[in-house]
Ligand binder design. Sequence first.
Ligand SMILES: [Fe+2]
Length: 274
Amino acid sequence: MNTTQSVFPALLSALNECDPEAKCRLTDEISAAFSDGLLDNAPAEAPEDFRFAGRPAKPRLVPANAVRPRKMNTPEGYAAMLHAICHIEFNAVNLALDAAYRFRTLPAAFTADWIRVAQEEAGHFRLMRARLQAHGFDYGDFEAHNHLWDMAYKTAFDPLLRMALVPRVLEARGLDVTPAIRAKVEQKGDAETCAVLDIIYRDEVGHVQIGNHWYQYLCAERGLEPVALFRMLISRYDLFIFRGYVNIEARERAGFSRFELDMLEDFERGLGRG
Ligand SMILES: [Fe+2]
């Protein structure tokens, strides 16, 4: 008797779950059941279109440019920085679950990859939330913006677009900014948070690598030239995200081609760093 069930309804419940801890637990369960072969990616009914994934009532969402900048040298400011990372990790769980749930024309390896990413992001969220709690705050105590999820929604109709713009652009940006954040955290003498950032950074290289892999795969499938397409997409989507330092070394490990890296450095220069 075949007792294998489709993973898609389970992914939908995890996506809809609003409580962060319950969402992380469901994600772990899906990941374990999928690797044990109890869930598979056999087609179920068509994916639902939803504007928002489940999230708690707090943090209050504000437009990206309305998030108040805070100085890291106050306890509140420091906690706000930890909160911002926590919020990114929470969104990253939803983004990875959404990729696994929504895009069903790809091999089972695609679903497996994004379920694994979701589970690692859930781990990051828990670790970061624990650091925030250790500093006397919790997830939801500060305002946040919804930029990451908005990009997920904008790219929900095409896995190629999603792979091009979310892991390879927004998540890869995390690789650029993490070393500077880590340096500030280290300066504070917060070794526990440094250790968490190291785990996040290590895993994030892998996630960007997965994004790069499937981006190349989809380009090949459609006979599109990956570098030219990427260049066109970032100008069309007006992605001014290359401001500041580009972590060439980490991006190279995450599978960006030399040509793309030159292009990113070019963009960076073009934006004028001063
Ligand atoms: Fe993460």
